[in-house]
Design a protein around this ligand. Structure first.
Ligand SMILES: [Mg+2]
Ligand SMILES: [Zn+2]
Length: 297
């Protein structure tokens, strides 16, 4: 899958870790809502939502679907239909081929994520999936548990839901990546739960929030809190183009900007793509604070 070439070595030596959220980032829906809606349990879900945490509710919904006679196979078939933009599949394969270490941090659950990745042939591209554990138990029933055991050892983060603090997961990923000599991070996400890990990124890292989604809105209202460069995206085409450009820009650094300015054909030929328009829209939306948004072309 990966070519053993000099170019690949250059990229791999850059030590880039790409961390993806899953729902509304890799797939273009929320997998929990997708299963509940597709299997006709939306009414009960909405009725119970005010009474318990989301993660606990999903475990309960699996119980309800089981009682209604729904099988694991039906749930899996439903998950396979979840929308996934082919350009995001390309982006994942290209980032992997360029030597990046790809990981998932998601508040969905292991069964949902593994089923979807496997269906699209993407399982082997990810070195790690951090999510809520799930198990098939007696009589073909799926159980979903919290990532952190919030009854015996609460994580204590006020930004995150009790079952999972993605920031804590991100710190662990960073610590083990540094040990392996990997030093730069690109984080892609859309939701409120992606704000905490975004705060753990440092200067030189890249944060790719999905435009007009809750993470993007949180960043817009707290621009000083983010140290990483911010590069927004809206759809699969932009995710692919911007992610691959960011990988290039980490590897080649300022040479990319210079090559564009000075028209250095040899370097610009190596670019996967270029992007410049998305930062300007984030800036224009928040003209009062452009100096604190570390955006580059
Ligand atoms: Mg998400
Ligand atoms: Zn947190």
């Amino acid at each position: 899958m990966r070519n053993n070439t000099l170019l690949f070595d250059i990229f791999e030596m850059a030590g880039i870790v790409v961390v993806f959220d899953f729902d509304k980032t890799i797939i273009d829906c929320d997998s929990d809502n997708w299963v509940v809606d597709e299997l006709g349990a939306t009414g009960l879900f909405e009725q119970l939502l005010p009474t318990m945490p989301w993660n606990t509710l999903m475990d309960r919904m699996m119980e309800e679907l089981h009682l209604q006679g729904r099988t694991i196979e039906e749930i899996a078939e439903c998950l396979k239909q979840a929308p996934l933009d082919p350009r995001i599949i390309d982006a994942i394969k290209s980032a992997y081929a360029l030597g990046c270490d790809l990981k998932i941090v998601s508040d969905a659950n292991m069964f949902f994520i593994e089923t979807i990745l496997k269906h699209h042939g993407l399982t082997d591209y990810f070195s790690e999936i951090n999510t809520n554990p799930s198990y098939i138990v007696e009589e073909n029933k799926l159980r979903i548990f919290p990532h952190h055991d919030f009854t015996s050892s609460p994580h204590g983060c006020v930004l995150c839901p009790p079952n999972m603090c993605k920031g804590i997961v991100m710190e662990r990923i960073k610590a083990s990546a540094f040990k392996e000599g990997k030093k730069q991070f690109i984080y892609l996400g859309d939701g409120k739960g992606d704000f905490c890990p975004s705060l753990r990124l440092r200067e030189g890292d890249r944060l790719m929030p999905r435009k007009n989604y809750p993470l993007w809105e949180l960043i817009c209202s707290n621009p000083l809190s983010i140290k990483a460069e911010i590069h927004e995206w809206s759809d699969g085409e932009e995710l692919k183009r911007i992610l691959l450009y960011q990988i290039d820009s980490i590897v080649y650094g300022d040479q990319i900007g210079d090559s564009i300015i000075y028209g250095d054909k040899n370097t610009s030929d190596m670019l996967v793509s270029s992007d410049s328009k998305f930062q300007s829209s984030l800036l224009s939306a928040h003209n009062s604070v452009p100096q604190v948004l570390r955006v580059v072309n």
